[in-house]
Design a protein around this ligand. Structure first.
Ligand SMILES: Nc1ncnc2c1ncn2[C@@H]1O[C@H](COP(=O)(O)OP(=O)(O)OP(=O)(O)O)[C@@H](O)[C@H]1O
Ligand SMILES: O=P(O)(O)OC[C@H]1O[C@H](OP(=O)(O)OP(=O)(O)O)[C@H](O)[C@@H]1O
Ligand SMILES: [Mg+2]
Length: 299
């Protein structure tokens, strides 16, 4: 258990999730002095320490209570949970939030020259993966008898190197599969980065700090999805203009200096304004249409 009285958060040191994790912590108002080589970064404005480690170690650190919180891909979380359950080690965590980065999917793939294949083709084949537990569960569910070859990296080259007939690996844009002449098959798991908490955390100070950070996290997410819209609208067509604006909130109307016929309209929208809608607004007589990002929100 982390008996230290500072909240300890584990994030990936360097890789696909590290930049997004660092900017999320910054958006939550946590000031950090991140020096490249340091394993631990101490926050200068909150009782928080950030541990920077390999992503594979994050679920275990949180499950064992070495860290109170962690940010990790669901793929690594599910794999670690399955492995720990098999070894009868603690595997429980509380999932606090699904985050809007690190999206990827765990999918099957095989050499393109073999063409489209159905599930039966995998019987008797060797499949290379970094996620043996998730793959084995899938094979069992689908009643496929294939052998699993564990590789910690460069999984995509396994078929060409003669190590396996197919692979089960992470895909995002599909560029890596294409570059290696592989064809994508079934998706086994869809994954995003997520925020996890030690399931037995009972330190009141830490829990109240987490309760302070969670509304901020929701505010960051909401702000990212929202836009501040400003435009000048002819009074005579206000109803038609409001009907085109996305979101359910009521707009603010302000008098425009020197104009009897126009008002300034401001609103927070839960979505962006598409070019097509802006063109329709313009055709209704609106002008000076501005769509602006929102940095923070609290309702
Ligand atoms: N192409 C991708 N696009 C978006 N997210 C991805 C992509 N590939 C992986 N991820 C997510 O980011 C996580 C970290 O990926 P990365 O490739 O940096 O891991 P790694 O090489 O295992 O790093 P480490 O050195 O920390 O073990 C993955 O577990 C997954 O959740
Ligand atoms: O579908 P794509 O957009 O091509 O992304 C998929 C690739 O991204 C990840 O690797 P990464 O590039 O992070 O490097 P790594 O394998 O060295 O971790 C993943 O392991 C795939 O290889
Ligand atoms: Mg890793």
């Amino acid at each position: 258990m982390n008996t230290n009285n500072r909240l300890r958060i584990a994030i990936q040191k360097s890789g696909r999730l590290s930049k997004d994790c660092q900017s999320l912590l910054k958006q939550l108002g946590i000031k950090l002095n991140l020096r490249e080589q340091r394993l631990i970064a101490h926050s200068t404005n909150m009782p928080i320490d950030v541990l920077r480690v390999r992503d594979d170690d994050i679920p275990g650190l949180v499950m064992d209570g070495v860290c109170d919180l962690g940010i990790v891909g669901e793929n690594v979380l599910v794999e670690t949970q399955a492995e720990r359950q098999r070894n009868q080690q603690p595997s429980e965590v509380t999932k606090l939030a699904k985050l809007d980065f690190g999206y990827c999917r765990l999918a099957l793939a095989w050499p393109q020259e073999l063409g489209i294949q159905d599930k039966d083709w995998f019987n008797g084949k060797r499949i290379a993966t970094t996620y043996p537990e998730i793959l084995k569960q899938y094979l069992e569910k689908e009643q496929i008898e294939a052998s699993v070859v564990m590789l910690t990296g460069s999984v995509e080259v396994a078929p060409r190197a003669g190590l396996a007939d197919a692979i089960c690996d992470l895909v995002s844009t599909g560029a890596t599969l294409e570059a290696n002449g592989l064809m994508q098959g079934d998706t086994i798991l869809e994954s995003n980065a997520c925020l996890i908490q030690n399931a037995n955390l009972n330190d009141d100070d830490k829990l109240s700090l987490i309760n302070k950070l969670m509304p901020r996290l929701r505010g960051v997410k909401q702000a990212k999805e929202s836009k501040y819209i400003m435009l000048h609208a002819p009074k005579a067509r206000l109803d038609e203009i409001c009907a085109l604006l996305p979101g359910t909130g009521q707009p603010t109307l302000l008098a425009l200096a020197g104009s009897e016929d126009y008002v300034a309209l401001h609103m927070v929208s839960s979505e962006t304004l598409f070019w097509e809608t802006m063109e329709e607004l313009k055709s209704l007589g609106a002008n000076s249409i501005l769509v602006m990002p929102i940095e923070k929100m609290m309702e």
